[in-house]
Design a protein around this ligand. Structure first.
Ligand SMILES: NC(=O)c1ccc[n+]([C@@H]2O[C@H](COP(=O)([O-])OP(=O)(O)OC[C@H]3O[C@@H](n4cnc5c(N)ncnc54)[C@H](OP(=O)(O)O)[C@@H]3O)[C@@H](O)[C@H]2O)c1
Length: 286
């Protein structure tokens, strides 16, 4: 009998690396294939590496040969993503891959987040392809906040336009565990999972930083235009990206990134990392 092989795209990315780590704890490394655009960056993964660039159908076709399951981690090239994902779905269909899981965004079908349309198009295309699929509709990463904790502490403030909106963020590691569960167990065919962690507001985030760091950190809620300026001038974001993140905050204020943690807990196999855990971890690195 042919051996089951699970391929993971974007395996050299931050989420992809965590998926590979958790997969190695679940199945033999020989059954894992890292699908990456730069094999040099994948040397330390300890699994088979194949070259796959979302923009190159020929490479995708070769890379997907013989795989029984594929995790399509959404591309980071915002604005170009649907065409790239479409290439992978087309080639997965041609190669007869029996199961494709896709990392989407929370409630991609109805979300008003500016990031949602590319995910919605991908989901619709995947469903229409006839492939057996699973949709991992990931909410926000906690690391979206904690990765800039050093600067936040220096500034003495968390800035945003999210008001009292609740953010059900979880760590990349917990989303990776959920993906591994879906890839290595049965019962996920054609399912969509809304995934998120324990909810907090940005006021609560700032209070938690204060408590854990001993520094006084406030949440300062700004009009979206002003927050976009802060992102541009203080964090160095290009203007369109700054504008997009300010718009995302307005959506957060409306509850677009809030969900129940139960589904992620179930798939990740227990309680999730908390905001406190993530802040403590980030405090060690600054
Ligand atoms: N839920 C959230 O809060 C959140 C936040 C940010 C992003 N996301 C989405 O989740 C995805 C995974 O997150 P992440 O943190 O792992 O992002 P990441 O670290 O930026 O990883 C993105 C991965 O996509 C790969 N990639 C980009 N363009 C590609 C191409 N043309 N062909 C093949 N691979 C390509 C990158 O390859 P290289 O390793 O060679 O660069 C990288 O491995 C992101 O791409 C984005 O769609 C979600």
């Amino acid at each position: 009998m042919e051996q089951t092989k699970i391929g993971v795209t974007g395996a050299t990315g931050q989420l992809g690396r965590k998926v590979i780590t958790h997969l190695k704890q679940s199945i033999p490394a020989g059954q894992i294939v890292a699908l990456v655009r730069d094999p040099e960056k994948a040397k330390d993964l300890g699994v088979e590496v194949r070259t796959l660039d979302y923009t190159n159908p020929e490479l995708i076709s070769l890379a997907l040969k013989g795989l029984s399951k594929v995790l399509l981690i959404s591309s980071s090239e915002i604005g170009k993503r649907f065409g790239q994902h479409k290439n992978v779905i087309d080639e997965a269909k041609r190669a007869g891959v029996p199961f494709v899981a896709y990392t989407s965004i929370l409630r991609a079908d109805t979300s008003t987040l500016p990031l949602a349309p590319e995910h919605k198009l991908t989901e619709e295309y995947l469903k229409a392809s006839g492939l057996t699929y699973a949709l991992l509709r990931n909410g926000w990463y906690i690391e979206n906040y904690t990765s800039s904790l050093g600067n936040t502490i220096k500034a003495g403030a968390v800035y945003g336009s999210a008001g009292d909106g609740k953010i059900s963020a979880a760590t990349r590691s917990d989303y990776a565990k959920a993906a591994v569960k879906v890839l290595t167990t049965e019962g996920h065919d054609n399912k969509a999972y809304e995934l998120g962690g324990y909810s907090f507001t940005l006021t609560e985030y700032a209070a938690e930083i204060s408590r854990l760091s001993g520094k006084d950190i406030k949440y300062i809620n700004l009009p979206a235009d002003e927050y976009a300026k802060v992102l541009e001038e203080q964090a160095g974001f290009p203007a369109p990206m700054a504008r997009m993140f300010a718009e995302i905050d307005l959506d957060i204020a409306k509850g677009e990134l809030e969900t129940d943690a139960g589904t992620l807990e179930k798939l990740a196999g227990g309680s999730l990392s908390t905001l406190e855990d993530s802040i403590k971890e980030a405090l060690h690195t600054i």
